[in-house]
Ligand binder design. Structure first.
Ligand code: SF4
Length: 346
């Protein structure tokens, strides 16, 4: 199976911005950055943002020597900004403790900020050909089918890691890992696996028993907690908009947002308005903007302040927003209000 997988990978692998050409040793820093990006962002978005990011921060030292603000701005469009903070801390650790290089052992990688078990294993395998098999979502699905594990999708990673571990031993473990990821992305897709053209069909228990589409079983859906808030939009006669910076230790920490009431349970209009950044009058706008975080959904109502209201805070013209970190949530709210913020570098 290993040989079949590698032969297929050699013949069909895609040229991705973060993937080294055949026969070329990958740059470990580029591998690490790409794996952190791919944790929670689609490959299509990473393909657009990764080249600009590594051009701006080509080494751990370049990123460690930049301010967190610069890193957050460069991270815009990738979402889940906690990763940008961790990557900044990781680069500083690499400079302080590893001479500015990415270490090549699994244990040292695992000890770096922001690198969980999967990311450390992926860097160890892809960048250094260490004999480990990182199990991401694609590999978990492929592995569950190969092994015929009829478990819910959220419970297959550990048995797949154990069952496929022997594949990591032998030549080119990094390419074996990438071949499995590639197989999951191109052939063994979630809803429509193309078993008839799969290079490892002969070894696949799910295909052999006609159960490919049913494995892994769908995880039971859990209700997502909802939080509510009201965001306040205030614009001066010169066009500047009132913003504030979020505290460091909360979701979207350090980023720019419209002033808002605390995120929490549904409240009455008066309760929201008690948190307005200036005395009224405020005009509540119809509808709400919904934004999904990892563990909850935020529902945001908007209120517009009337002209002439005075408030102190961070007043920024829309043109100045390309130089500060503006998360997707703030962009969505501004778009609802007719203000478009360009991403830097696009
Ligand atoms: S044979 Fe089908 S189910 Fe099995 S690994 Fe290949 S594509 Fe996936």
């Amino acid at each position: 199976m290993r040989s079949a997988l590698l032969a297929w990978y050699d013949a069909t692998r895609r040229a991705l911005p973060w993937r080294a050409p055949p026969g070329v040793r990958p740059d470990p820093w580029a591998v690490l950055v790409s794996e952190v990006m791919l944790q929670q962002t689609t490959a299509a978005t990473v393909a657009r943002r990764f080249p600009l990011f590594v051009q701006r921060f080509p080494t751990p030292a370049a990123l460690a020597g930049s301010s967190l603000e610069e890193v957050l701005v460069a991270w815009q469009g990738l979402g889940y900004y906690r990763r940008a903070r961790s990557l900044h801390a990781c680069a500083q650790r690499l400079v302080a403790e590893h001479d500015g290089r990415v270490p090549d052992s699994l244990d040292a990688l695992r000890a770096l900020p922001g690198l969980g078990a999967y990311t450390a294993a992926a860097v160890a395998a892809i960048a250094f050909d260490r004999p480990v098999l990182p199990v991401d979502g694609n590999v978990a699905r492929v592995g569950a089918r190969l092994l015929g594990l009829a478990l819910p999708a959220d419970r297959v990673r550990a048995p797949v890691a154990a069952g496929l571990a022997p594949l990591a031993h032998g030549e080119r473990p990094g390419d074996v890992a990438q071949a499995l990821m590639e197989l999951g992305a191109l052939v063994c897709r979630p809803r429509a696996p193309s078993c008839s053209c799969c290079p490892v069909r002969a070894y696949c228990r799910a295909a052999g028993s006609g159960r490919a589409r049913d494995i892994p079983a769908r995880p039971s859906r859990r209700a997502v907690p909802v939080r509510s808030t009201m965001a306040f939009f205030l614009r001066r006669a010169d066009g500047a908009i009132l913003f504030r910076r979020r505290p460091d230790d909360v979701p979207l920490g350090g980023m720019i947002e419209l002033p808002s009431s605390p995120w929490g349970e549904e409240r009455s209009l008066d309760e929201h308005l008690a948190h307005a950044p200036a005395p009224g009058p405020w005009e509540p706008l119809p509808g709400e903007v919904r934004h999904r975080f990892t563990h909850f959904e935020l529902r945001v109502r908007l209120a517009r302040g009337t002209a002439g209201v005075a408030a102190s805070g961070l007043w920024l013209a829309p043109e100045a927003l390309s130089a500060v970190p503006v998360p997707t949530l703030t962009r969505k709210l501004l778009a609802r209000l007719g203000v478009v913020v360009p991403h830097r570098g696009r």
